[in-house]
Design a protein around this ligand. Sequence first.
Ligand code: COA
Length: 297
Amino acid sequence: MESPFKADVLKGKVALLTGGGSGIGFEISTQFGRHGAAVAIMGRRRQVLDDAVAALRSQGIQAIGIEGDVRKQEDAARVVATVFKHFGRLDILVNGAAGNFLVSPEDLSPNGFRTVLDIDSVGTYTMCHEALKYLKKGAPGKEESTGGLILNISATLHYTAAWYQIHVSAAKAAVDSLTRSLALEWGTDYDIRVNGIAPGPIEGTPGTRKLVPEEMKSKTREFMPLFKLGDKWDIAMAALYLASDAGKYVNGTTVIVDGGLWLSRPRHIPKEEVKQLSRLVEKKSRTSPTGIPSSKL
Ligand code: COA
């Protein structure tokens, strides 16, 4: 689908995306690039990075791939420094790197729990911490009064509770909390906007492939409020909105892009039955206890 945004909304901007080489992260990298940004992607797997960079460059997008693990502070520091060295500035940090697998709490060791928190929550914090000196207003390569943007990819699992996702729910709850605290503190002190995006089930991502087995997909569509899964494009458009001037007054918000799924509950009574029921109740309320319609009394 064609983007509704002008092709130059991110012209001159430099974006660093963790987990930007595959899935939702790669779509955001692509759309940022198509809208004028230079893109650096950080990930653990060289081959994934190389393939992603080749695909971006083939579309005329300026792109580099840098190996690194968000769990290692020295990697985070090296990667942001490399981006600055290569492009001369950093405007947008997207924290998309995440760990996920389905598991019951009784089968999840404390180390497994910690591993996901280390990637999602501590990793997000570490990247923000190391990127601050390049993102803040007046940083090298940046304007005196204009800071950059941080976008944290979250989830909706922790708004209620989710089966087999205790580790990810806890990790994303911490991510949302980071989004709000940093928005307050770094928005005020450094003119850095900090926002999040909470995707629902998105078609064709490693996350959905892993978490929603093929045979469940048709059922998933049935109970979705819009009867469909989201596309990676939907998340990338939300990211573009937040990263462009369209979102210049949005700070500390996590935008939910899930078609309304997290709000949904099973419909226990068919719609027709509700209409009949409410007509019956209405009729009864217009009739007095003597059986004579109240209008005739
Ligand atoms: N079920 C239960 N425990 C699991 C697990 C699973 N599927 N996968 C990992 N763990 C536990 C391990 O048992 C280990 O705990 P232990 O030492 O007590 O046994 C701990 O997590 C660390 O595992 P390890 O394989 O050493 O970690 P890793 O750093 O190599 O990789 C992940 C961990 C989370 C990154 C990896 O399992 C993963 O899922 N990668 C894919 C990321 C992904 O799907 N991204 C899409 C996000 S939506």
